[in-house]
Design a protein around this ligand. Structure first.
Ligand code: ATP
Ligand code: MN
Length: 477
């Protein structure tokens, strides 16, 4: 008999009479009802055991977590909670799970507990749903860019340039940490290291993506990035995945249009392809919400929130407009913000971003034209000589989900900025070359994949939307 996965079986049950299914036991009730799940769907399949005619030894091994192979007839279920069930004809214990030691029990475990069991958490309903959505989302991202003719470029993970400036870096070295070679200045001599220079894990593929955009036109990267920032928040990982499109002949407005279209496409894609998993998570969140006091409940459910983003325009305002709104806001006047907004030029804190997105606009917001002082050297200078063509997309409950800009394509302006910021020009010779030969107005952005998965699944901690999170003091598994 052909082994059928549950997603296929439950999708078109009329096609099947007797089947073989394989999966793991979620629960076993009354020596009779197995809830089996094989990871292909959030739904379990009920398998009814004829316990009077089943070997006692086998029955004892049907425990939560055990792997089983079951064959039998598919029938309509009389019980409530499911429409189908299998009348078990044969049952085989493929892999036992000793109930005295198997840590995942058929009850609600906290996400903190499950992080310590990250090798087993894919066996839970919530994590398997999150990981399936993550998988479909990443496919949607490729589909979006491929349909538009973007070229997928693989930018390097080990980088020799330390001018990216997006965050603290992890050093890559084969030198003996106890006894590194020392140069005449008394510093570690990286000339003797593997690459003959200091190297790090990349914080962004942007600079390299720009070089390929200046030949292929439209490109995107989708790969891992690393930041050694010691920020233990629910929004930051030390290793995360980033999508970075980069487009030649493209100005900031086109960049904003593309980023908005892109996010809407990816979310719409999962609304269509992941309806069961999303409904499951929607329900899970709704149950959690019910336990909260009324005034702390979220006004929208998960599906409602996703639909809202897909079918509403993002609000676009300049940094300067945002500062005016914030200055005149109630929490600012009453000094309720930890950082009171006083003058133009200050970096926005997440409390300010949240106010704009969640209170003032109640919608995703694209903030653009930031002060040059708080943004990276490569962003295009505006006429006012004070602001640059940067844009960030802020999302409800998430904060910044996208950071992007139009890049400075004028060699003199770029060189001036590099000098002003004291960045080593030698490191960037190839980046400057792009402005010397056939320079074009070009733009791009970076979207943190896990932040999108957070939004799409309604999870609240970024550690729970990546299979094995890397955070300060934690690289287990
Ligand atoms: P933040 O202010 O949230 O730290 P950032 O300004 O450092 O973000 P960028 O350098 O613009 O972020 O990176 C582009 C995108 O990558 C961000 O918009 C965000 O979605 C994501 N991102 C940045 N840092 C992290 C991180 N440590 N973990 C997960 N995603 C991140
Ligand atoms: Mn950061």
């Amino acid at each position: 008999m052909r082994h059928i996965r549950l997603a296929e079986l439950l999708d078109q049950p009329e096609k099947f009479e007797t089947v073989t299914v394989k999966g793991w036991v979620r629960t076993f009730r009354a020596n009779r009802f197995i809830a089996l799940n094989d990871g292909s769907t959030s739904e379990n399949l009920q398998c009814v055991v004829d316990f009077e005619n089943t070997d006692e030894k086998i029955l004892r091994k049907i425990n939560t977590g055990a792997a089983l192979e079951i064959s039998g007839k598919l029938v309509e279920s009389a019980g409530k909670g499911q429409s189908l069930e299998i009348v078990v004809a044969t049952i085989q214990i493929v892999g036992e799970a000793d109930p005295d030691f198997y840590p995942i029990q058929p009850k609600k475990h906290s996400f903190e507990f499950l992080r310590e069991k990250a090798h087993l958490r894919a066996r839970t309903a919530t994590f398997s749903a999150v990981m399936r959505i993550r998988s479909v989302l990443s496919f949607a991202i490729h589909q979006f860019f491929q349909d538009k003719g973007f070229c997928y470029v693989h930018t390097p993970i080990i980088t020799g340039s330390n001018a990216e400036g997006a965050g603290e870096m992890f050093r890559v070295s084969v030198l003996d940490p106890k006894n590194p070679p020392i140069d005449t200045d008394g510093k570690v001599d990286f000339k003797q290291d593997f690459f003959g220079k200091e190297t790090n894990l990349t914080v962004s593929g942007q600079l390299e993506a720009e070089t390929y955009a200046q030949g292929l036109g439209n490109v995107y990267t989708f790969g891992p990035t690393f930041r050694a920032e010691n920020s233990n928040t629910s929004r930051h990982l030390a290793e995360f995945w980033m999508i970075e499109p980069e487009m030649a002949f493209c100005e900031l407005e086109d960049n904003m249009d593309l980023s908005e279209e892109f996010i809407k496409y990816a979310l719409k894609y999962i609304l269509e392809k992941c309806d069961k998993d999303l409904s499951f998570l929607d329900q899970r969140l709704a149950n959690d919400e019910k336990k909260k006091p009324k005034n702390q409940r979220s006004p929208m459910g998960l599906l409602e929130k996703i639909n809202f983003v897909v079918y509403n325009e993002f609000k676009r305002i300049t940094y300067t407009e945002a500062i005016d709104i914030l200055k005149n806001s109630k929490p600012n006047k009453k000094k309720k913000f930890d950082y009171v907004v006083e003058e133009w030029g200050a970096d926005l804190q997440s409390e300010h971003e949240r106010y704009l997105v969640e209170k003032h606009f109640d919608a995703p917001v694209i903030l653009y034209d930031y002060p040059a002082k708080i943004k990276a050297f490569y962003m295009r200078m505006n006429e006012d000589q004070k602001t640059v063509r940067a844009m960030d997309i802020l999302f409800p409950g998430i904060g910044e989900i996208v950071g992007g800009s139009q890049r400075e394509e004028r060699i003199e302006v770029l060189e001036r900025r590099i000098a002003e910021l004291g960045i080593d020009k030698e490191d960037l010779w190839w980046y400057l070359d792009l402005r010397r030969f056939g320079s074009t107005p070009h733009s791009g952005f970076g979207l943190g994949f896990e932040r999108l998965v957070l939004f799409a699944t309604g999870m609240s901690n970024i550690r729970d939307v990546i299979p094995f999170p890397r955070t300060p003091q934690n690289a287990s598994f």
